[in-house]
Design a protein. Structure first.
Length: 124
């Protein structure tokens, strides 16, 4: 079951949602199925990642992604996909990466929960 988000948190996410790009879990799944190499980062907490994540994704939690992204992805024009539990934290992380000069950041709407609900494979 999805955690209930606080009103101000949802308002914060909604305030930046229109300034970032989003895609669906089906979009990401299709890219992976077609064998495309994509930069896919899970921005959830360590304990969430350990319980399961999208195959071929890397983990850079929301608390450290801004600090560590340049080492992982030095090219500010690279296409970067971010997901979290449901599509809120990834919106905030995408906004921050854009502020850092990354031009092709995409938040995966629905996040890991949407991925699992669609019946796609999960890695543990």
């Amino acid at each position: 079951m999805a955690p209930k988000h606080g009103e101000r948190f949802v308002e914060l996410c909604d305030s930046v949602r229109g300034q970032i790009r989003e895609c669906t879990v089906a979009d990401v799944h299709a890219k992976i199925e077609q064998g495309q190499e994509i930069l896919l980062f899970d921005v959830r907490e360590d304990h969430e990642w350990e319980k399961g994540h999208i195959p071929k994704s890397k983990h850079l939690g929301k608390g450290i992604i801004e600090r560590d992204i340049e080492e992982q992805v030095p090219d500010p024009e690279a296409e970067i996909y971010l997901y979290c539990g449901g599509g809120y934290r990834s919106v905030l992380a995408a906004d921050n990466l854009q502020k850092m000069g990354y031009q092709n950041v995409i938040s995966v709407d629905g996040g890991f929960r949407g991925w699992k609900e669609a019946g796609y494979a999960v890695e543990t």
